[in-house]
Design a protein around this ligand. Structure first.
Ligand code: 1CP
Length: 343
């Protein structure tokens, strides 16, 4: 079977589907006991560098939940580490950078990503495409703003103050950093597509920290550079951020085929904010999965109803699966989305 006619790729292309496709951001991860088992003695970045673990962890949620797409097990900081940035992913914290990049020397020291740097990813993608037997594989990368935020802040940040200080105070150096990060993300995505990924998602998770004006000036041109480079490769391009209700139109204009929406804006309103010719992805609040099932069902129906205003719809959560989510609720949700949307 080829992934080409799968409901997921058809919905991304705004073609008719016989049921709404569904996958979950962070579907591979701590909500799954089988994930915790294989990761027990292996640090996160070591797991991301081992093709056997990438393959197994990517397949786990497909087996368990019956989702319509797999997403590669990796992390947005993997290509940064692959070009030599000294960083780690600390349990309970997230990515931590040994020497935050705030000056010209740090920006200049960033080098391009070469295919040889990420052979473990291309090997895993190739094997996954065979093993997935027609279920599409989504490749991904971090958006340049989100990567810049980790590099400049040195780790997770609420206010992104050092990042904004660089963006406002040294706009040329900022642009240089963003050009380098765009090139790294582009190379990471191209390698995944060349190895067989059927679609790609650019996670600019923290872009919602920006006003529309700042996004337009300081971020959009760089995200557009990534999408433009992928335009001729024939795979749908998904663009996602959190708290980006005010930016949905601009994130679409950056060059996405599918715009990811968090739970704060209903999909019918999102459809008005995004230019025609794009599908939407989303957008059940991941915290709703902790409510009694009738509430989950009602909210899921509401998402499906609002999505009728969209030209194409891929069901997802509005952000990643929370680690303490009951996996059985996710399994039930996949079936429910399929049943409710079947025509
Ligand atoms: O010990 C662990 O299990 C580590 C937890 C973990 C996992 C499972 C991290 C640390 N990353 C991942 C995998 C991961 N990261 C995937 C796998 C595929 C999937 O199932 O979806 C993906 C797509 C990512 C992407 C990622 N990493 C994003 C973008 C998506 C999002 O959630 O907005 C971001 C922002 C990161 C950074 C990151 N890596 C890990 C954590 C805990 C974080 C966020 C920390 C923070 O709040 O800043």
């Amino acid at each position: 079977m080829s992934p080409h006619d799968s409901p997921f790729l058809r919905a991304c292309r705004r073609l008719p589907v016989d049921r709404t496709p569904v996958w979950f951001m962070r579907q591979a991860g701590r909500a799954l006991p089988e994930y915790r088992r294989v990761r027990a003695d292996v640090p996160m970045l070591d797991a991301c560098a081992r093709p056997d673990m990438i393959v197994e962890i990517t397949l786990q949620p497909v087996r368990r939940y019956g989702v319509d797409a797999a997403i590669l097990f990796s992390d947005i900081v993997v290509p940064l580490r692959a070009v030599g940035v000294d960083l780690d992913i600390k349990p309970g914290v997230g990515p931590v950078i040994a020497q935050p990049v705030r000056r010209a020397e740090g920006v200049q020291a960033l080098r391009d990503l070469e295919p040889d740097d990420i052979g473990f990813v291309t090997e895993a993608v190739g094997e996954l495409v065979e093993r997935l037997d027609g279920t599409p594989l989504i490749g991904f990368a971090g958006g340049p703003f989100t990567l810049a935020s980790y590099l400049v802040e040195g780790g997770p940040s609420k206010n992104h103050e050092h990042t904004k200080a660089l963006m406002y105070g040294r706009p040329e150096l900022w642009a240089e950093l963003m050009r380098k990060l765009s090139a790294i993300s582009t190379a990471f995505l191209k390698a995944q597509i060349a190895a067989g990924a059927s679609a790609v998602q650019l996670f600019d998770s923290w872009a919602g920290a920006l006003s529309a004006q700042d996004y337009r000036t300081h971020v959009l041109p760089h995200s557009r550079a990534v999408f433009d480079e992928l335009g001729g490769l024939g795979v749908p391009r998904i663009h996602f951020g959190v708290g980006t209700g005010e930016l949905l139109g601009l994130m679409g204009q950056a060059g996405a085929d599918v715009v990811g929406v968090d739970w704060r804006v209903p999909l019918d309103e999102a459809a008005r904010r995004v230019d025609p010719g794009k599908a939407l992805q989303g957008n059940l609040d991941p915290a709703v999965l902790f409510a009694p099932w009738p509430v989950v069902a009602e909210r899921t129906r509401a998402v499906l109803a609002a999505a009728r205003s969209a030209e194409g719809h891929v069901f997802n959560l509005g952000h990643g699966v929370l680690p303490s989510t009951d996996p059985d609720v996710l399994t039930r949700l996949v079936s429910f989305v399929h049943e409710e949307s079947a025509c």
